[in-house]
Design a protein around this ligand. Structure first.
Ligand code: FAD
Length: 459
């Protein structure tokens, strides 16, 4: 049996055959298929909305606002469904885009459903007020008291608005991440509350049982996917592997490795460079899951992560007791050997960003000849240096450790150390600032976009 120390020291831990299953390769066609289905769904949604209105309804008082209100409502709700799908982490799509890619799409898309649904509420209230010749506020009151499904839809709308405001960057960045995340779950509630009024009052649904059934099935399937991939899979995987903390080992100032022992890890398909959301089931930590990359491929029965203390959670991990149970969600991430388009590889790692690079190095063939450029605050901060050096040497690569801050070691200097950078795939990992600076420098140097792969250690 491999001991925890062997994860770090045994030569085969460097580049030898790992005993765990390799992670499945991403299939970009799965993403293409998902995009086509999403596009067709959007077209069908707009189609049923357009055909639900007649010319005479358009010419009635408030008719145009009524039409636009229904159109914005249907389009906005459909896009909201796509947003939920984006965070359901369907493995086939996640493997292509990575979790940060999915979240980027989720964030980019979010202004659309929010503004469309707000427009829907305003336009329809105005349209009904025009038709019944009352005021806007009076009409709101009537909706609340006299329309079936409307009172709970209005409550849902208020929840929706509250979560939307909390998600604006300037508000979100002032909140603790866990609080924001708990509030964000309110979106699911808002969509559930709005559902009844859509099918009971929406002109596309009233008298159209087939459309009603398809819409209901689409939302039920979306809810099912969220439950399966965000709840079911993690629970089953955590029970199957039954992970416990085996050892907490100091690696450098403020950096510890946590070695976990589990069952059936040889059956856990995972690629070097991927990460899990880890939930340590102990007082004060059980209610929050944080992402940390594997800092080595699994060595059944062991799995390892290496963590730098930057805040409450990461600092508390140094105090974990052996035997603490651990639940996992994942593996996630497209920062893997599957992303490579070329033979040769370079890494730009900032500080603790080395963890993903360290485990990815294990999956590389010799022909990769990796050049690893690793910026650390001081030489003593280079946690896992010995392991990284062993792996790089075995792959006939080069390791450059650059101690110093941003101003002392400019990104230009770091990138210049990879002389043939344009002929390599470049993997960048580290803080948001480090990755942004590296991407800027690489694009200035003419490295093609599809040869750059990154993992940002912040969400
Ligand atoms: C894909 C990925 C892989 C990572 N791998 C590693 C790793 O191998 N080793 C390591 O030390 N760190 C890693 N991190 C960063 C690590 O998740 C955060 O440092 C940690 O969650 C901070 O939590 P905290 O409570 O200690 O600090 P906080 O005080 O909450 O925050 C400190 C900083 O971390 C960010 N942060 C806080 N919570 C989260 C969260 N749940 N998800 C993302 N960012 C958060 C905040 O935006 C802030 O910038 C990784 C992050 C990501 C997204």
């Amino acid at each position: 049996m491999t001991s925890p120390v062997a994860v770090r020291n045994r030569p085969s831990s460097g580049g030898g055959k790992a005993k765990s299953l390799p992670g499945p390769a991403p299939r970009p066609r799965a993403l293409d298929a998902a995009l086509v289905i999403a596009g067709l769904g959007f077209g069908a949604t707009i189609g049923v909305t357009l055909t639900a209105e007649s010319w005479s309804q358009l010419h009635a008082p408030g008719g145009v606002a009524m039409f636009l209100g229904n159109l914005t409502g249907m389009a906005g709700t459909y896009l909201a469904l796509v947003m939920v799908l984006l965070v359901s982490r369907i493995p086939h799509v996640e493997r292509v885009l990575g979790q940060d890619g999915l979240l980027r799409w989720h964030r980019r898309l979010s202004p659309w459903p929010i503004s469309l649904i707000v427009a829907h509420a305003v336009l329809l209230t105005y349209a009904y007020a025009e038709a019944s010749k009352t005021g806007f506020m009076h009409q709101l009151g009537t909706f609340f008291s006299s329309y079936s499904g409307m009172s709970i839809a209005i409550i849902g709308f208020v929840v929706f608005l509250a979560v939307a405001v909390a998600s604006i960057y300037s508000v979100r960045s002032r909140m603790r991440r866990e609080r924001w995340w708990a509030l964000h779950l309110g979106m699911y509630l808002a969509f559930a509350l709005a559902f009844v009024h859509e099918v009971v009052l929406g002109p596309s649904f009233v008298g159209h049982p087939l459309t009603q059934a398809v819409w209901g099935a689409a939302w039920a399937a979306t809810a099912g996917l969220v439950l399966v991939y965000r709840v079911g899979y993690p629970v089953v995987r955590s029970l199957r592997h039954d992970l416990h903390v085996d050892e907490v080992r100091p690696e450098a100032d403020g950096v510890v490795s946590i070695i976990l022992r589990g069952r059936n890890l040889e059956r856990l398909p995972v690629s070097g460079g991927q990460f899990f959301e880890w939930r340590f089931l102990t007082r004060g930590l059980w209610w929050q899951a944080h992402p940390y990359s594997m800092s080595a491929r699994p060595r059944p029965p062991f799995l390892r992560l290496t963590v730098k203390a930057v805040g409450d959670h990461s600092s508390a991990l140094a105090e974990l007791r052996p035997g603490t149970r651990v639940a996992i969600e994942g593996p996630y991430g497209a920062f893997t050997t599957h992303a490579r388009k070329r033979n040769k590889v370079a890494f730009l790692a900032g500080g603790i960003g080395i963890t993903a690079a360290r485990s990815l190095l294990e999956d590389l063939p010799k022909s990769a000849e990796p050049v690893v450029v690793w910026r650390v605050s001081s030489p003593a901060d280079a946690a896992l240096e010995e392991e990284v050096r062993t792996l790089v040497t075995r792959l006939r690569g080069k390791l450059h450790i650059l101690p110093g801050g941003r101003t002392e070691v400019p990104m230009r200097h770091a990138v210049r150390l990879v002389q043939d950078v344009r002929r390599r795939d470049v993997f960048v990992s580290g803080s948001e600032g480090f990755v942004a600076a590296a991407l800027e420098e690489l694009s200035r140097d003419g490295v093609p976009r599809d040869a750059i792969h990154h993992e940002v250690y912040a969400l």
